[in-house]
Ligand binder design. Structure first.
Ligand code: ATP
Length: 232
């Protein structure tokens, strides 16, 4: 259906061994919009990303991509279905060169050329192991394939972590461009910060549940404070 969210979590319960982290999470990410998932350290935001991306199986609930149940599909299969997961800690292969990291996602040389035209800094460093890049360069490298081959949905777990303000601005500019091109974005941040300027919808996570979800316009200082204090 046209109004169907690109990514949807339905009643997701998930955790690690005996520890339950997510206790029934419902979240919808529509095409051409940014959903900011906010919450304190340890609230379960990364766990929600892992369930969405397919690196962690929920014990209950479903993950839907374009309305199709992909709960049983692997992370690799979901990537082929158009879900791009940018995990916390960048997710590049540190011992592979910049060129080889790009080749994993962009086997066509013409696509890689487009990356280098857009991002000359990566072109200069194409023969360098990704692990030798700065944190900011690694984050840009991790997101670069999505610019050339936009996925259906991008899930980014704390993309601003440890980055200089200028790089954060560049990363969020990339997200804005992808949103304008129709991509559905789920962006996880611990601090509200820059992501609020970009978000269409904000979801607060506390105690393994979404305590509040609503339009960005309804998020003010009071709402932020009570959400972080767990009162929302
Ligand atoms: P952070 O900003 O620290 O990443 P978060 O909101 O993303 O916070 P999660 O990383 O999802 O939170 O962690 C939620 C809970 O699950 C925490 O109590 C954490 O200790 C626990 N946890 C996370 N990963 C694992 C794991 N691999 N094994 C066991 N427990 C884990």
């Amino acid at each position: 259906a046209g109004s169907e969210a690109v990514l949807r979590l339905e009643g997701v319960v998930a955790g690690y061994g005996d520890v339950t982290v997510l206790r029934g999470v419902d979240l919808a990410v529509p095409a051409g919009s940014v959903v900011a998932l906010l919450g304190a350290n340890g609230a379960g935001k990364s766990t929600a990303c892992a369930v969405a991306g397919g690196t962690l199986r929920p014990t209950a609930g479903r993950v839907l991509l374009d309305g199709r149940d992909v709960t049983a599909r692997s992370a690799f299969q979901r990537a082929r279905d158009g879900l791009y997961l940018a995990p916390e800690g960048r997710g590049v292969f540190p011992s592979l060169t910049v060129e080889d990291n790009l080749t994993v996602w962009l086997p066509s040389a013409a696509d890689r050329r487009q990356v280098y035209e857009r991002l000359p800094r990566l072109a200069e460093r194409r023969g360098v192991p990704a692990g030798a890049l700065s944190g900011g360069e690694q984050q840009i490298l991790a997101l670069a394939p999505a610019l050339v081959r936009p996925p259906r949905v991008l899930v980014a777990d704390e993309p601003s972590l440890g980055l200089a303000p200028l790089v954060v601005a560049q990363v969020f500019e990339m997200f804005g461009e992808l949103r304008d091109r129709g991509v559905a974005l789920l962006v996880v941040e611990e601090k509200a910060s820059e992501v609020l300027a970009l978000a269409d919808t904000v979801a607060f996570m506390g105690n393994g549940r979404l305590s509040w979800t609503g339009p960005r316009a309804e998020v003010d200082e009071d709402r932020l404070t009570s959400a972080y204090l767990g009162l929302a």
